[in-house]
Design a protein around this ligand. Structure first.
Ligand code: NAI
Ligand code: PHE
Length: 367
């Protein structure tokens, strides 16, 4: 991406603030993107990872921040969307980690509540403890020992489970019993999801690239599918719980599933890939509807005083939102992605967000 395209990307971005700082001691870029504070102060994860370029890191932050706005809006949760990226060098010296997180925490503190954060790819509850130590109240999902609620993986998995259950009901009819589900990525969320699906009587298989994880789940009797074969695996549900950008022109034609619903953020390569999936007869449940359980449960308990039971009930209600989105998509001849974006937009009370949402070419979006 050239300077000109960075400039045009920033010009069209409909978010509120972008804070960029080069952290010289660690050689890292700190990028904080606040997409919307319309429903409340912005909340979103902090990614700590390496990218091939600054524009890639910036683009990731902008897209993920937008997704957080939609995630909270579809659930009617009183927080806005943001995301932070700590773009570290490829051979990042981990002895620099604590100091980098402290400097980042001080920056969050200086921003005076504009953005609060939780764990994301490359960060964990222990990192939130470090941020909290210099910026109290700015980091969610701290360790239980430090007074937080710990990892968000379980509530995220419960939300994904509720979404899969609801989607199967609407699209295929009946319960999850005997339905085949392929979980892509048996990490923190994927593992908890495999357990939940197994308890509900689903026929679960998984794919992963990590030797230890593969071995551990195989030993527990869960069927393993090699990563390349996973794309063309025939199943009722594919649950992407590994990487973003996986649904694209290269992978979509190979898919043989009926429904896609998983935890990974920004699964569509392009917004228009939602139409490609629709044309293949695959029901894609938008990731921002499916994967909000962790952020909502943790923020609800730590910032809004929810009890664990209340948090669980709210997470399970993702199933109801999925039913609503799939039914309105079906009734109005638009894709679930378009229906969910419209729901988010209506909650945000604005006509701007998500303009140009994908829809079937022969249908008109009444919004
Ligand atoms: P994780 O890092 O614990 O697990 C990811 C798993 O995917 C790992 O086991 C990894 O080996 C596997 N993997 C990587 N590349 C793969 C490939 N090409 N094919 C198959 N497997 C592959 O991450 P976590 O926390 O479970 O999150 C999973 C996804 O869900 C991420 O995209 C994350 O951004 C998203 N997410 C997570 C939330 C949370 O609460 N942890 C909340 C919302 C979204
Ligand atoms: N990684 C979470 C997400 O993408 C962000 C988060 C976790 C926010 C926990 C708050 C608390 O939804």
């Amino acid at each position: 991406m050239t300077h000109a395209t960075i400039e045009s990307r920033l010009r069209v971005w409909d978010g509120e603030e972008i804070v960029v700082r080069f952290d010289r001691p660690a050689g890292a870029w700190i990028i904080i993107a606040v997409h919307s504070t319309r429903l409340g102060p912005a909340v979103g994860g902090t990614r700590l990872m390496s990218y091939s370029s600054f524009p890639d890191a910036l683009t990731d932050a902008l897209q993920l921040a937008e997704n957080m706005t939609r995630k909270f809006a579809v659930m009617g949760f009183p927080r806005g969307g943001g995301k932070a990226v700590l773009f570290v060098p490829p051979l990042f010296d981990q002895s620099q980690r604590v100091a980098l997180l402290e400097r980042y925490g001080r920056l969050l503190s200086d921003l005076g509540g504009l953005f609060s954060t939780g764990p994301d790819v490359g960060t964990a509850p222990s990192d939130m403890d470090i941020i909290h130590s210099v910026a109290p109240g700015r980091a969610f999902s701290r360790t239980v020992t430090a007074g937080g609620c710990g990892s968000s993986a379980r509530p995220t998995a419960l939300g994904v489970f509720s979404a899969i259950e609801a989607a199967c009901g609407v699209v295929l009819g009946g319960s999850l019993g005997g339905r085949s589900v392929l979980v892509q990525g048996a990490g923190s969320v994927g593992s908890a999801l495999i357990e939940l699906l197994g308890s509900a009587g689903a026929d679960v298989a998984f794919t992963d690239v990590d030797g230890e994880r593969i071995e551990a789940w195989r030993e527990r009797g869960v069927r393993y599918v090699a990563p390349e074969a996973a794309w063309s695996e025939q199943c009722d549900v594919l649950a992407p719980c590994a990487l973003g950008g996986i649904l694209n022109r290269e992978t979509i034609p190979r898919l043989r599933c009926r429904i896609i619903a998983g935890a990974a953020n920004n699964q569509l390569g392009e917004e228009s890939d939602a139409i490609l999936l629709e044309e293949m007869g695959i029901v894609y449940v938008p990731d921002f509807v499916v994967n909000g359980g962790g952020a909502i449960a943790i923020t609800g308990m730590e910032a809004l005083g929810w009890s664990p039971d209340e948090a669980e009930e709210r997470v399970r209600s993702i199933g109801e939102v999925v039913r609503q989105v799939l039914r309105s998509a079906r009734d109005e001849g638009i894709t679930p992605e378009a229906a969910a974006r419209r729901l988010a937009r209506s909650r945000l009370g604005s006509g701007r967000e998500g303009e140009g949402s994908p829809r079937r070419s022969n249908a008109s979006d009444p919004s």
